[in-house]
Design a protein around this ligand. Structure first.
Ligand code: AQP
Length: 334
């Protein structure tokens, strides 16, 4: 058996539902690159999930290709890891149907993301938005995943995934691996720059987030305008000082300086200095990613080939689990 065959499996995904944000990067994408070499990884562009909110078709296609380029530009290796579009692997939707039959409405009623999104999209509270966690459970369980790196906002969805897997396993022994979440504490939730009590989201207004493709000028401007508070003290206290604490989290993560030394060094200085350093650290982190991103976007054939080849690798694995599920559940398989 080769080393690759022995590694545990990691699955995660990002929706191509807008500009990928610094929150998506720090909470998810960056961790993918850190973990990649220790796992057999699948990184999905979860385009079916994106349909739970109305999308402009041309925009969705463009954002899908951009996300593939960003995955690679951030450092993921499409020769090793499986970087693919969810909709290219029909087994996701097929398993989601099965899992719908093992998920209780009472459980779905408790999902806070559904409540938040239903609030945001009052004119389109569709059944897909409601059963989103079931499709996410299918994404993960389809690959017998060991580890799922996600931001804190997805914790509840990971818990329901584990509950569904355990419920199926209790009735039909050994169908699914029960996955573990990977949610590093300090960076798990990057907050909005304009409303620091809320998480940074790619579908919110532009000034509230840093997009990974923002120019240095835009990044500096957005951080300069970031909402802080009026007490003027640089201190890490997410509850009472969410804006300042958010900037400190971003700066500490991207610069590698630990929080204690960072707050000691900046203590007594103005918020302008904190904002400026955070902008600089972000610009420096994103510079090589942006350069690679623009190179990749100039070679759409390469990106199309990556997505086509990797979808085939994903379908092979997905089919193994789906056949097993169908057989265990008693669906006739001649
Ligand atoms: N603000 C955040 N801080 C840390 N992690 C975050 N993630 C998202 N926002 C933050 C993590 O990024 C991964 C991909 O997220 P997603 O695209 O599946 O959907 P989401 O969680 O709903 O992210 P957005 O940006 O808020 O998208 P929209 O606006 O389309 O709903 C996940 O691991 C997520 O935890």
């Amino acid at each position: 058996m080769s080393d690759t065959a022995k590694k545990p499996i990691l699955f995660s995904g990002i929706q191509p539902s807008g500009h990928i944000t610094l929150g998506n990067y720090i909470g998810a994408l960056r961790n993918f690159t850190i973990l990649e070499s220790d796992y057999n990884c699948l990184f999905s562009i979860v385009d079916l999930h994106a349909l739970t909110v109305r999308q402009d078709p041309a925009g969705l296609r463009r954002k899908t290709v951009e996300l593939a380029a960003l995955y690679i530009a951030a450092g993921l290796n499409p020769e090793e890891s499986i970087i693919y579009c969810q909709s290219h692997v029909p087994q996701h939707a097929e398993l989601a149907w099965i899992l719908n039959c093992f998920t209780y409405m009472g459980e779905l009623n408790r999902m806070t993301q559904f409540k938040d999104k239903a609030q945001k999209h009052k004119d389109n509270i569709n059944a897909g938005l409601y059963t989103y966690p079931v499709l996410m459970a299918a994404d993960i369980l389809l690959y017998q995943t060991d580890l799922v790196p996600v931001g804190a906002d997805q914790k509840q969805h990971l818990e329901i995934t584990r509950d569904i897997a355990e419920r199926v396993n209790a009735i039909h022994k050994g169908v699914f691996k029960v996955p573990e979440p990977y949610i590093p504490k300090q960076t798990a939730k990057i907050m909005s720059l304009t409303e620091p009590e809320r998480k940074m989201s790619k579908s919110d207004p532009e000034d509230s987030f840093i997009a990974l493709t923002d120019t240095p000028e835009t990044i500096s401007r957005k951080f300069r305008r970031a909402v802080t508070d009026s007490d003027g003290e640089i201190r890490y206290d997410p509850e009472n000082k969410p804006g300042v604490s958010n900037l400190l989290s971003i700066l500490s993560t991207l610069s590698g300086e630990d929080m204690d030394s960072l707050t000691a060094r900046l203590s007594g200085q103005g918020y302008g200095k904190l904002k400026d350093e955070t902008a600089q650290a972000t610009i420096e982190t994103l510079k090589p990613i942006q350069e690679r991103f623009h190179q990749l976007m100039a070679d759409k054939d390469y990106l199309a080939k990556v997505l086509t080849d990797n979808a085939e690798r994903a379908r092979y694995l997905a089919n193994k689990t789906l056949r097993k599920v169908y057989k265990k559940l008693g669906l006739y398989q001649p």
